[in-house]
Design a protein around this ligand. Structure first.
Ligand SMILES: NC(=O)c1ccc[n+]([C@@H]2O[C@H](COP(=O)([O-])OP(=O)(O)OC[C@H]3O[C@@H](n4cnc5c(N)ncnc54)[C@H](O)[C@@H]3O)[C@@H](O)[C@H]2O)c1
Ligand SMILES: [Zn+2]
Length: 352
């Protein structure tokens, strides 16, 4: 078992262990006096792991309630949140009771947001089951929900009271969603750890996934501890994301997934960095090879003008400049501000 302590405003621990969900009740019992727990999960994950989690919670003495919503990003709406509130209020949940988010990032973000806002905030535990959720979304306390106008436009910073990661749950994840999570894993190597990056190059991540998750979560923990509410360093986690988000948007969020778009974004920005003598030559190629090894695309045929234009609407772009994340080399990243007027020539260089 690996344990990672997160010293945010409200500190908590992250546990990583194969088979952990079978014992989740014991872990949760130690951190709460709650009597009632609501498992919030989606229609794919609950049938796979819901009963195991329920049984463990009941054995630990909790009264267990469940709320299952239709799986998928299209469910990430305020309507689904309202249904969660109805379940909580209908079962007389008080501030002393607790939510357990069992699922991928969609479940964690929404169960977290419902927990942050129901009765002005109740405790919640994350049990992330997708690779993306295990290495990224369950750590850091960002919760949220989409609006028709854009993704994650509503949200709150709300730290969980514990994160329980069971890498065995990844056995049922589709190869598509495994690859998607690998986009974020590769990102961590790029921004903070040459060692992680070369491990991914020389080994098969799937075979050593517990250790890979540990390394990624440790990196995210370090960044989040320094910058809990995203005023500075946390922006590094956005490597590949400004262009990636723009690519997703240009595709109407349909035929390219987040991890795929981030892979293309990382390669594009590394190439731009090379052309502007920020990033050593050959870096983009190395990132591209690694993405391809893990079944992620590295090019996209959206015209670069459209990608650039879409990137200006990114909720993280401010004023006349766009904050990009560039690599001084693999494992070393920094914020690099580019005027919007210069942005097209900055990234277009990748095609020269
Ligand atoms: N809060 C944050 O900091 C943060 C960071 C990154 C992404 N996100 C959010 O995370 C979401 C994406 O997360 P995701 O990719 O996990 O999406 P998701 O929750 O929709 O999960 C992806 C798919 O895999 C299924 N699934 C999950 N675990 C499974 C398992 N063990 N076995 C079989 N199927 C399983 C789900 O039902 C779903 O169909 C987005 O909404 C994004 O905005 C949040
Ligand atoms: Zn991401």
């Amino acid at each position: 078992m690996k344990k990672i302590h997160v010293a945010t405003g409200r500190p908590y621990d992250i546990f990583i262990e194969r088979g952990l969900i079978r014992h989740c009740g014991e872990y949760i019992r130690k951190i709460t006096k709650s009597e009632k727990v609501m498992i919030i999960s989606d229609s794919n994950v609950f049938p796979l792991y819901g009963e195991t989690v329920r049984q463990s919670l009941e054995e630990a003495g909790f009264r267990v309630y469940t709320h299952v919503f239709l799986a998928g990003e299209q469910s990430k709406t305020l309507d689904t949140i309202a249904e969660m509130y109805h379940s909580l209020i209908g079962n007389s949940f008080t501030r002393k009771d607790m939510v357990v988010a069992l699922g991928g990032g969609v479940t964690g973000d929404m169960a977290g947001f419902a927990s942050a806002t129901y009765l002005r905030g109740i405790d919640f535990v994350q049990i992330p089951t997708s690779l993306l959720a295990q290495v990224d979304s369950s750590v850091g306390g960002k919760t949220g929900v989409d609006l028709p106008q854009g993704k994650n436009l509503i949200g709150a910073f709300w730290q969980p009271v514990a994160v329980l990661i069971d890498p065995d749950t990844l056995d049922t994840l589709t190869p598509h969603f495994f690859a998607d999570g690998m986009g974020e894993v590769i990102k961590y190597g790029c921004i903070k750890s040459e060692e992680l990056f070369s491990t991914l190059e020389t080994q098969n991540a799937k075979e050593i996934i517990e250790d890979i998750i540990f390394q990624c979560v440790t990196i995210k923990r370090d960044v989040v501890e320094h910058d809990e509410t995203e005023k500075g360093e946390r922006a590094l986690l956005n490597f590949g994301h400004t262009l990636g988000h723009a690519i997703e948007k240009e595709h109407g969020f349909t035929d390219i997934s987040h991890g795929q778009a981030v892979a293309v974004g990382m390669v594009m920005i590394a190439r731009a960095g090379e052309h502007h003598d920020i990033t050593p030559k050959g870096t983009a190629e190395r990132i591209a090879r690694l993405c391809q090894k893990y079944h992620l695309p590295v090019t996209d045929n959206t015209p670069v003008e459209n990608i650039v234009k879409s990137s200006f609407n990114d909720k993280k772009s401010t004023g006349s400049a766009v904050s990009l994340i560039v690599l001084d080399k693999i494992g070393v990243s920094r914020i690099f501000s580019v005027e919007k007027s210069a942005m097209l020539s900055f990234v277009t260089k990748e095609y020269v």
